[in-house]
Design a protein around this ligand. Structure first.
Ligand code: THG
Length: 266
């Protein structure tokens, strides 16, 4: 499983303040320390407080690329901010995060991803909101796969996100997400990949890291390919490394805990 470091997000106060002050130092430190901790991608999101995300995203991309080679996951709610981020990327093939599963929006994002040679995260939600159960999520995943195929976008460059909700407000969702992850692999050959925002599962709960780690291990067993996650949780990173060995994705060696640093989407 690929770990995408979640920490460069304006949801966090230190990042919001750094963006506000155009101060690169806290962001560059998070880029370096997350990479050292085992992130093979870095999610970058300006956060909800920024007035013009399309103006800030290129600065965030440049600030991060100045200090690491780690590829980026450009996370924004609106297309102009994503496109501004894509234009600023100079190093590796980025991931676009994300589109909803509405035909018109899917077409725009798939075309953009194709034109920029990016991977694309597509959420199994539409204008009516998040799905209730696995069947609902799978129906949207199928729409995503079909649309990608029609537009000539490689299905294996798609990451489908079944959307994890906090377990304290939607307890029934976690098990539906696991079932969706399993079944998404049957939709196409080669199949799309899957990704989740792991820390969503524990938002507002005590024992957050325990919930995150447990869900990570369950989701890996269900076939999850990537997680946007807190890589500063050493035990989470180690759980993922052990999971890779146990799922036979990594050749066993006594030094298997090192393996998490070498993951790539290739
Ligand atoms: N799917 C996709 N992208 C995503 C998400 C997803 N991007 C954003 C998010 N979800 C994943 N990233 C985070 C980042 C932070 C938190 C959760 C998920 C988080 N933050 C603290 C909180 O809300 O309690 C912030 C407060 C703080 O500590 O300062 O939990 O699902 N594709």
């Amino acid at each position: 499983m690929i770990l995408i470091g979640e920490r460069i997000n304006g949801l966090f106060r230190d990042v919001a303040e750094a963006i506000q002050a155009k101060n690169p130092e806290p962001i560059q430190r998070l880029a370096v320390t997350q990479t050292e901790a085992g992130a093979t991608y870095l999610d970058i999101n300006t956060g909800p407080a920024v007035a013009d995300p399309a103006a800030v995203m290129p600065w965030l991309v440049k600030t991060v690329e100045e200090v690491v080679d780690t590829p980026l996951c450009i996370d924004a709610a609106k297309l102009p901010a994503i496109e501004a981020g894509l234009k600023a990327v100079t190093k590796s093939r980025p991931i676009i995060n994300s589109t909803i599963a509405e035909r018109e929006q899917l077409e725009k994002y798939l075309t953009m991803a194709r034109d920029y040679g990016a991977y694309l995260i597509a959420l199994t939600m539409n204008r009516r909101g998040v799905s209730r159960d696995a069947a609902d999520r799978l129906a949207m995943a199928m729409e995503i796969v079909v649309t990608a195929d029609e537009l000539g976008f490689s299905v294996s460059d798609l990451f489908i996100d079944p959307l994890v909700l906090p377990v304290n407000v939607g307890q029934e969702h976690a098990v539906e997400v696991l079932e969706t992850i399993r079944q998404i692999k049957t939709l196409a050959d080669p199949p799309p990949r899957t990704v989740v925002g792991l820390s969503n599962v524990s938002q507002g709960c005590p024992h957050r890291l325990l919930l995150n780690r447990t869900f990570a291990s369950m989701a890996m067993a269900s076939g999850l390919d990537a997680a946007i996650a807190d890589v500063f949780d050493t035990q989470l990173v180690e759980t993922v490394a052990a999971g890779r060995v146990l799922l036979n994705k990594e050749i066993y060696s006594d030094a298997f805990l090192q393996s998490v640093k070498k993951m790539s989407p290739k």
